[in-house]
Write a protein that binds this ligand. Structure first.
Ligand code: GDP
Length: 528
């Protein structure tokens, strides 16, 4: 095996997916902590988490960007691709699902499967992303691990396969039973730095653990003929073979391993990281994964701009991307120079000389690359993805509160639209308003907040003024032509009347347009 294959085998590109509030940010925070990336645990409630760079996100406690953060666990590099949870960012979820190889889906131990999880679960099915389920918040009043497992089976129609059972419930949730090793891991304190104590399984859990273990071993045996023979003979199964079989079944989508924990109370996150390494696929390993051999082919999946300038996050599918290289944008045919390559860690960026197949990192220096574009060794290389942007469903009118900010607003809007192709910008011909359209209210609110926080522009947001147009054709002369403006509430903003002679002296066409209200009858031109 060459060094590149070894790198591939020890690489996991994963996303953490959840319904808003299930604990995605907290779980991600704890992952950064346990992998040594972030030695101060940022509590979402304090608004100082390490993953959410954007003040807007901190304020809301939701994560919007799909930027990638690199961590290491037990010799494996894990790139955490941040996936937005809210439906308004469906396009971003799709884009991140396209570039990740596996996912951890976080469930609220009380709420179980929530609508957002269901939507994202279907999307992950579409992209054939192998998953682990993490049942979080088991310390909460009303949390019930088995009920969540049952809701996974029923609502998501998956074979949910617990790898663990929780020890204690609600406020007394203190550890897990590892069903493979049949050991109990107990966290005596909430302190994140305190490792779990290995203990015997509490006697009252023994029967349930035996039964759950039998289901787990049976599922593993189904993946492997030799294991199945041993299972049928009643032999003890070697744990390494069981883990390999569980890995195969998880990657093939035969079942979804389920883990238990409380991210907030620092329980269950280290075993979750072990499971990511053990069961989620390396690049190229999942069914339908792109080939890792061949010339350079990379997909741009996220554009961000910060104080350091613009950065394009790419996933390299095959070949090598080197610092200083000139590559082609297969969508535009243009040559692009790669100035610098960065791995983003929780609190720093690490420069890389080159990226190889499977890698995900940020590229600085690309001029005309948009989300969804393919970077390739040749100008005429096939593109990895057709860029389909769904129709916008909502729009708002935007104007600067201070006219002096007009240029800054135009620049800010231009950047936001480039970063997120599901945001669109247009000028309404009738009202002259600048309209920003998107997939949902929250997406537009976030965009407006970014204009404020990143570009320093305070904007007024309003409902777009709907233009009503009425055309009257009459073989007559115009007696009155009104152009009138009225500012009061419920009033129209502007009325214009265009008069055009019809060909061959057949009369005139009157076209009246009212912006901001219905046409008051008295302003329809009087015709004789
Ligand atoms: P996200 O919206 O999915 O990113 O969820 P957050 O990580 O922001 O968590 C939402 C809320 O749930 C925050 O107030 C967290 O402190 C809280 N929370 C997260 N994990 C747990 C947990 O394991 N137990 C309890 N009791 N609360 C948690």
């Amino acid at each position: 095996m060459n060094s590149n294959n070894l790198h591939l085998r020890n690489l996991r590109n994963i996303g953490v997916i959840a319904h808003v509030d299930a604990g995605k940010t907290t779980t991600t925070e704890r992952i950064l902590f346990y992998t040594g990336e972030n030695h101060r645990i940022g509590d979402v409630n304090d608004g100082n988490t390490a993953m959410d760079f954007d003040p807007q996100e901190r304020a809301r406690g939701i994560t919007i960007h799909s930027a990638a953060t690199t961590v290491h666990w037990q010799g494996t590099q894990i790139n955490l691709i941040d996936t937005p949870g809210h439906i308004d960012f469906n396009l971003e979820v799709r884009r991140s699902l396209r570039v990740l190889d596996g996912a951890v889906v976080v469930f609220d131990g009380v709420a179980g499967v929530e609508p957002q999880t269901e939507t994202n679960w279907r999307l992950a099915d579409e992209y054939r992303v192998p998953r682990l389920a993490f049942v979080n918040k088991l310390d909460r009043v009303g949390a019930d691990f088995q009920r969540v497992v049952a809701s996974l089976q029923e609502r998501l129609a998956v074979r949910a396969l617990p790898l663990q059972l929780p020890i204690g419930a609600e406020g007394d949730f203190r550890g897990i039973v590892d069903l493979l090793t049949m050991q109990a891991l107990v966290w005596d304190r909430d302190d994140a730095k305190a490792p779990p104590r290995v203990d015997a399984i509490p006697p009252e859990l023994l029967a349930a653990a035996e039964a759950a273990r039998a289901r787990l071993l049976e599922a593993a045996a189904e993946q492997d003929d030799a294991l199945l023979d041993a299972w049928l003979r009643g032999d003890e199964l070697p744990l390494d073979s069981v883990r390999a079989a569980l890995r195969r079944g998880t990657i093939a989508g035969a079942f979804v391993p389920v883990l238990a924990g409380s991210a907030f109370r620092n329980r269950g996150v280290e075993p979750l990281l072990d499971a990511v390494v053990a069961y989620l696929p390396a690049p190229g390993e999942a069914p339908g994964a792109a080939a890792v051999e061949g010339p350079l082919s990379a997909l741009a999946f996220k554009l961000t701009a910060d104080d350091h300038g613009a950065m394009v996050f790419v996933r390299v599918y095959s070949g090598t991307l080197k610092r200083g290289d000139t590559v082609f944008n297969a969508n535009t045919g243009k040559a692009e120079r790669v100035a610098r390559l960065y791995e983003i860690h929780a609190d720093r960026r690490v420069e890389r000389d080159e990226l190889v197949a499977g890698d995900i990192a940020g590229v600085v220096g690309l001029k005309d690359v948009l989300t969804g574009h393919t970077l390739a060794a040749r100008k005429d290389a096939p593109v990895l993805e057709s860029i389909v942007v769904p129709e916008a469903v909502i729009d708002v009118a935007i104007e600067p509160r201070q006219q002096a900010d007009a240029a800054a607003l135009a620049k800010g809007l231009g950047t936001l639209v480039r970063e997120d192709p599901s945001l669109r910008l247009r000028q309404d011909a009738d009202s002259g308003q600048t309209l920003l359209s998107g997939m949902g209210e929250l997406q537009l609110e976030v965009a407006v907040e970014k204009l404020r926080s990143r570009f320093g522009v305070d904007v007024a947001v309003g409902r777009p003024q709907v233009a009503y147009r009425e055309t009257i054709t009459a073989a007559a002369e115009v007696r009155h032509v009104h152009k009138k403006q009225s500012g009061g509430p419920g009033q129209f903003a502007e009325l214009t009347l265009r008069v055009a002679p019809l060909p061959r002296g057949d009369g005139f066409r009157f076209e009246s347009t009212v912006v901001g209200g219905a046409i008051p009858r008295e302003f329809i031109p009087a015709v004789e």
